[in-house]
Design a protein around this ligand. Structure first.
Ligand code: SF4
Length: 264
């Protein structure tokens, strides 16, 4: 079985507990204006131009983003990294883009990893039909559930899609008893307004006490990726996120969870 993958990263410490190997699947139904992985959004390979140097001479070349990998290629990478998982209580994480865009491939990787005795995490926006979400995301040991905007109109405006099905999947996850962490991107004047923080607070309060909330402050690492793709980046001139601001939001959400962390 093949899947469209745009990256595999070993030694990740921000995609779930311990040391992890994260596979990033290409394709996402959302179009978040702040997305720091814009190369993950299209569910197809893309060719971008790249300037390299030979000595002092610049020359232009091309690079293909994304490749169709056989599941066995991904699993052998997991197998090679397994000693690090065992040392750190880590495992593998399936991320994106939105991995639920490739449900059969995601499910295959989750099941095969479990058979290999590896802990599995699944990083998702929650935007998928309820059956798909249940069959695939629930197959992981841990779900990393991204929550962005509480107001549906704002969600549609900034991500291109309604948050209705996301909320339904989140409450379904809670009812199932499956282990999950909430992840909230802190995007200046978008997700971090008091209006949105209050809305997210109400949603999470309804879920009951949470194990963990990860706050993911805005950064500029995606900026060059937009340049390479020839796309404009709405947040090009936005300043890096201030630590004090993250700390204030952390304190605000503190009553909701056993642990609120900054940076995942
Ligand atoms: S859900 Fe994630 S990957 Fe998809 S567009 Fe939004 S930030 Fe990017």
């Amino acid at each position: 079985m093949k899947g469209l993958v745009f990256d595999i990263r070993s030694f990740s410490v921000h995609d779930g507990p311990g040391i992890r190997t994260t596979v990033f699947l290409k394709g996402c139904p959302l179009q978040c204006s702040w997305c720091h992985n814009p190369e993950s959004q299209r569910c197809m390979t893309e060719t971008v131009r790249k300037v390299r140097k030979l000595g002092n001479e610049p020359f232009e070349t091309t690079e293909t983003l994304g490749s169709y990998l056989d599941a066995s290629q991904v699993l052998s990478r997991f197998q090679a990294d397994k000693p690090f998982f065992e040392e750190s209580n880590g495992g593998i994480t399936i991320s994106g883009g939105e991995p639920l865009m490739q449900p059969a491939f995601s499910l295959f990787l989750l099941k095969a990893s479990k058979e290999m005795g590896i802990h599995t995490a699944f990083d998702t926006s929650g935007y998928a039909g309820q059956e798909v979400f249940k069959n695939v995301a629930h197959a992981a040991d841990l779900v990393l559930f991204d929550l962005k905007l509480a107001d549906d109109m704002q969600h549609q405006h900034f991500t291109g899609q309604s948050n209705q099905v996301i909320k339904e999947n989140l409450f379904g996850l809670r009812e199932s008893g499956k282990r999950f962490f909430i992840r909230i991107p802190l995007i200046p004047e978008v997700t971090d307004t008091q209006y949105n923080l209050d809305g997210l607070y109400r949603i999470m309060e309804e879920l009951g006490t949470l194990e963990r909330i990860d706050l993911l402050p805005f950064h500029h690492l995606g900026k060059r990726k937009y340049e390479r793709l020839g796309r404009s980046f709405d947040f090009e001139h936005t300043a890096p996120y201030e630590r004090a601001r993250s700390e204030r939001i952390k304190a605000f959400f503190k009553p909701l969870a056993n642990l609120v962390s900054i940076g995942g």
